[in-house]
Design a binder for this molecule. Structure first.
Ligand code: WT7
Length: 576
């Protein structure tokens, strides 16, 4: 089906942005092989992403630079690359002393803390594969992941260890506790003791570019979470997207708010900034609008990467709050994880005087693929264009490329450097993504416009068909959140004998608004007027909170299950 377009808005490149790299020039002339020359392994032949991200800066005279600026409610600490090298060396030695070796799976399960990063880097240095877990995971979620991957060790805290069912995990040999007090239980070890006993000089495990490095579990539309395996080769794309898309320069103070339990928090919270030798800010604790602005102000953050759900909360907190803080250091803002509503982009221009650059990628893609470059005009609501070195297309269900404005499967020509190399223990799930050669099928539906911009429409299975009209739930949700009463909205297709499906919206209201029949009518009118009559939700239900993944995506699948009175399936990635 062909998409009808509203008049398109265009936000031109701002004078404060980096205009040096022309997107078109880069796209035409770029080869990934050129990036390889930037790594020390291109000369030495010795490969390890952790070496390139940490130790290399020490060996090349940049060791005094701050790698990590950490702050939570209790601690405020900073670590230079030299300190990070020494601490991760100690941890690598500690793991080796326990007999852990290349290829073994090691999990980190703790709140954001310096010890988390030390453990992560130390594990990768000895060639282990790290699986990060959100601290909010409950026992069943932890068990699924450790069982599937046959993890041999987990680094966690006394508060979280009760959710690690050691006796049901035959492969698990060690539980390393950060901040343990008193007696240690079976298989338990003290992180601090291990560190104290270990040398800060380590023989790094040199690996192959194709060796496993991290394992991120992610939910699909069906079944248990899948273990997405990434290899050391990903560093090529981590480095380059940091330069192009994050626009990182040596003097930057960069803040990616994502937790490392999510791929954004490892790739863009750690690897990409550190490969570029840039200081990364990590803020522990819960999100609040005040705290976000305080952190930006306090550390004079220059580049800021966060998610639409957070930007919407900031927007709801109001413009007066923004004005209380000095955010003049902020140069570049980016977003990822779910559709960035045009309304949020417009608000960003008003509140910060900056463009919020949308980026599209997935756990499976391992790094950004479709983005708004600093050097290109932004069309609010569009994810941007494929990065140089990547070819994206809209294809039909047979893999034929579709012309502009036709909605279809968002596909990427395989391979690219950071592409996943395996779904752990599940060859057939992996192959499903690549069933239409030469494409990787993302599971998202989208269209491309005549200028080559990509527009997200929904997950393939979320697209609504009402009376023969196809409606992307994102479009409706975007419109709904433009209404002053609406904080967040999730839209699903509800089966209807007459129309196939009707559109149903679940809405949480902004402070100061109460649910009422009148408000329902007003919101329906608003969408009818603002978007299209057929796109207006026939049913609206108010809820205090909407079910969201930890990465902020509204879980339409859960809304649908509520609606149909069906089981909600695997909820391990649910926020609360
Ligand atoms: C799914 C992947 C890798 C970090 C992102 C989350 C949705 C992601 C966007 C965007 C619209 C987006 C897609 C995708 N998504 N970015 N810019 N606009 N949708 O990773 O949890 O693996 O989710 O998130 O549906 O398939 P993830």
């Amino acid at each position: 089906m062909t998409v009808k377009l509203n008049e398109q808005e265009l936000i031109p490149v701002l004078s404060t942005e980096n205009n040096l790299v022309s997107y078109e020039e880069a796209y035409k002339n770029f080869k990934w092989e050129d990036v390889e020359k930037e790594f020390s392994w291109s000369k030495t032949g010795k490969v390890n992403i952790a070496y390139e991200a940490v130790d290399r800066h020490v060996d090349e005279g940049r060791g005094d630079k701050v790698a990590l600026l950490f702050r939570d409610a209790i601690r405020e600490e900073s670590y230079t690359f030299t300190q990070m090298k020494a601490l991760s060396n100690k941890f690598g030695n500690a793991l080796r002393s326990l007999g852990i070796k290349k290829g073994d799976r090691v999990f980190v399960f703790m709140p954001r803390s310096p010890e988390l990063y030390v453990s992560y880097i130390g594990s990768v240095k000895i060639g282990a594969i790290v699986g990060p877990l959100f601290e909010a995971f409950m026992e069943a979620a932890v068990k699924d992941r450790l069982l599937d991957s046959e993890a041999v060790a987990i680094i966690t805290t006394p508060a979280l260890k009760s959710r690690v069912p050691v006796s049901e995990l035959p492969a698990l040999k060690h539980v390393i506790l950060v901040g343990a007090e008193g007696e240690l239980g079976e298989k338990e070890l003290s992180f601090e003791n291990l560190m104290a006993e270990s040398s800060d000089e380590l023989d790094i495990e040199w690996v192959d570019l194709e060796d496993g490095m991290q394992l991120h579990y992610t939910s699909g539309s069906t079944g248990k979470p899948k273990g997405v395996l990434h290899v050391h080769n990903s560093m090529i794309q981590h480095l380059q997207t940091g330069k192009w898309v994050l626009d990182l320069k040596p003097g930057d103070i960069y803040w990616c708010c994502a937790d490392p339990g999510w791929v954004t928090g490892t790739v863009y919270g750690m690897w990409s900034p550190w490969l570029n030798g840039v200081t990364s800010v990590v803020r522990g604790g819960r999100f609040s609008p005040e705290d976000s602005y305080q952190t930006l102000e306090k550390y004079k953050v220059t580049v800021w990467y966060w998610a639409p759900t957070a930007f919407r909360l900031l927007m709801a907190a109001g413009d007066d709050l923004v004005k209380k803080y000095d955010l003049s250091a902020v140069r570049h803002i980016l977003s990822v994880g779910e559709p960035l509503n045009p309304e949020v982009v417009r608000w960003g221009m008003k509140a910060f005087g900056k463009r919020i650059h949308d980026t599209w990628w997935m756990t499976e893609t391992g790094a950004q693929l479709i983005c708004n470059y600093p050097s290109m005009p932004i069309k609010p609501g569009s994810m941007g264009k494929p990065i140089p070195g990547v070819y994206a297309a809209i294809v039909d269900d047979e893999g034929n490329e579709l012309p502009p404005y036709r909605m279809g499967n968002l596909a990427i020509r395989a391979p690219w450097p950071s592409m996943m190399r395996q779904i752990w223990n599940n060859r057939s799930k992996y192959e499903e993504y690549f069933r239409l050669k030469p494409w990787y099928i993302s599971g998202d539906s989208a269209y491309k416009d005549e200028d080559g911009y990509f527009w997200f429409q929904g997950r393939v299975d979320d697209v609504i068909n009402t009376s023969g009209e196809r409606v992307g739930p994102f479009e409706v949700e975007s419109k709904l959140v433009e209404h002053p009463a609406v904080a967040e909205a999730g839209v699903i297709g509800k089966p209807d004998p007459l129309r196939g499906e009707i559109i149903k919206a679940f809405i949480s209201l902004r402070a100061g608004y109460q649910p009422s029949e009148e408000l329902i009518k007003e919101i329906q009118e608003f969408v009818k007027k603002g978007l299209a009559a057929h796109a207006a939700p026939r049913e609206i239900e108010f809820r205090d909170k909407l079910p969201k993944t930890r990465s902020g995506k509204i879980m339409r699948r859960v809304l649908k299950a509520w609606e149909l009175g069906l089981p909600t399936g695997d909820l391990s990635t649910l926020e609360d």
